[in-house]
Design a binder for this molecule. Structure first.
Ligand code: NAD
Length: 368
């Protein structure tokens, strides 16, 4: 059998810097764990525009469609701010998401013990937190028709439409239940069934999918406004949350801030299963290209490293190896190794991007 394939798209700004650390870790897993990937690397974003006049070539798009998983760094930067909308770096990322039909966006909110004091909430509320928000990404109010600004009775009216088909709800519910099977087997579905018909349908379909195919998972329903409140009151009550595009946009940002720094947050976007059973998948840190620190060796590579850990778990079914990598990150933080974004007033010299990567590899080595 051939090795699983991974397309790496480092992108712009700090993207290549953090990805270089992930490459070291990928090499470590090949050398020390016999986990070998067929890795290829290509351009996306501003660097692709510079070379090809487009943020994503058709060749790279085709490659992304054919590999088992894509790992992306970040795109964008001030040099590209004045470009026409159609060739902006972000269009490359949007094209990937759209053509791969990545309908389930996974945003974990995980609070490492050593960083609990970074959260705006009290330590005991967030320490040890490990929840996953599954946001529907390709439908709902950001795409529904009619949309626009129209004239009506002599004044303007702005319209967006919240619209979900049964099959769109069905497939994202399945993604959430499948994830829960790899975690604590609990799903909380959030909508506004009290005031929105789309919410009534959402709740009915999620319940029906559960009853038919996932009776081993504990399913609860919650109104999304209460969900926001519960996320800051007692976030540890949740395991997997599944919700629509609009509510998921808000709730995943709330949950992200429970954990502290942007440099720590991974994400995954998954689509339908391919012929080999693996889902179409794009893994990327939540942060952008951070032009203010690019090229200075200051970037925290952990968000990108944890995105690779998500790929191990969700694309390659290597949950034990993902846990090994996450454990190494936890160890490094517990040992007090800190990139600049993780330093508080205590002072001291921050670790560089490559020192962070080396420390993660040393921790992997120590726990073989
Ligand atoms: P950003 O996430 O790049 O940076 C926000 C702040 O967080 C900056 O101060 C930055 O230094 C810091 N930061 C981000 N990641 C960090 C890391 N790994 N380690 C340490 N510090 C980190 O957001 P922005 O400044 O609003 O956007 C910069 C560029 O990135 C823009 O061109 C924007 O369009 C683009 N962007 C891309 C993506 C993406 O590729 N998915 C996402 C957001 C923004």
């Amino acid at each position: 059998m051939s090795n699983p394939s991974l397309l790496i798209l480092p992108g712009d700004g700090i993207g290549p810097e953090v990805m270089a650390e992930v490459r070291k870790i990928i090499d470590w897993f090949a050398d020390r764990r016999g986990l070998v990937f067929d890795v290829s690397e290509d351009l996306v974003g501003g660097c692709s525009y510079d070379k090809h006049g487009t943020p994503l070539t058709d060749e790279v798009m085709a490659k992304a469609q054919s590999v088992d998983a894509v790992l992306l760094g970040a795109v964008g930067g001030p040099a590209y701010d004045d470009l026409d909308f159609s060739v902006k770096p972000e269009r490359g990322l949007l094209r990937l998401r759209k053509e791969m039909d990545l309908f389930a966006n996974l945003r974990p909110a995980q609070c490492f013990d050593a960083l609990a004091d970074f959260s705006s909430l009290k330590r005991d509320i967030v320490a040890g937190l490990d929840i996953m928000i599954v946001r529907e990404l390709t439908s709902g109010s950001y795409f529904g028709e009619p949309r626009g600004i129209f004239e009506e009775n002599g004044e303007r009216v702005g319209i967006n439409t919240q619209r979900y088909t049964e099959s769109e709800i069905d497939r994202v519910a399945r993604a959430a239940f499948d994830l829960a099977r790899k975690r604590d087997k609990r799903v909380c579905s959030m909508e506004k069934a009290n005031v929105m018909e789309s919410g009534i349908l959402w709740r009915e379909v999620v319940q029906a999918v559960h009853d038919a195919d996932y009776p081993d998972i504990e399913l609860t329903h919650m109104y999304a406004d209460n969900g926001g409140m519960q996320l800051v009151r007692n976030p540890k009550q949740f395991d997997v949350i599944v919700t629509d595009n609009l509510f998921g946009d808000l709730l995943s940002d709330v949950a992200a801030m429970l954990t502290g720094s942007l440099g720590m947050l991974p994400s995954a976007s998954l689509g339908a299963p391919m012929e080999n059973g693996r889902p179409k998948a794009l893994y990327e840190p939540v942060h952008g290209s951070a032009p203010d620190i690019a090229g200075q060796g200051k970037a925290n590579p952990i968000a990108c490293v944890l995105s690779f850990a998500m790929a191990l778990r969700y694309s390659f079914d290597k949950g034990d190896e993902a846990a090994r990598l996450e454990g190494a990150v936890e160890q490094v933080l517990a040992d007090g190794v800190r990139s600049a974004d993780l330093m508080q007033a205590e002072g001291g010299k921050p670790a560089s991007t490559s020192e962070m990567g080396d420390a993660i590899i040393a921790a992997l080595e120590n726990n073989l």
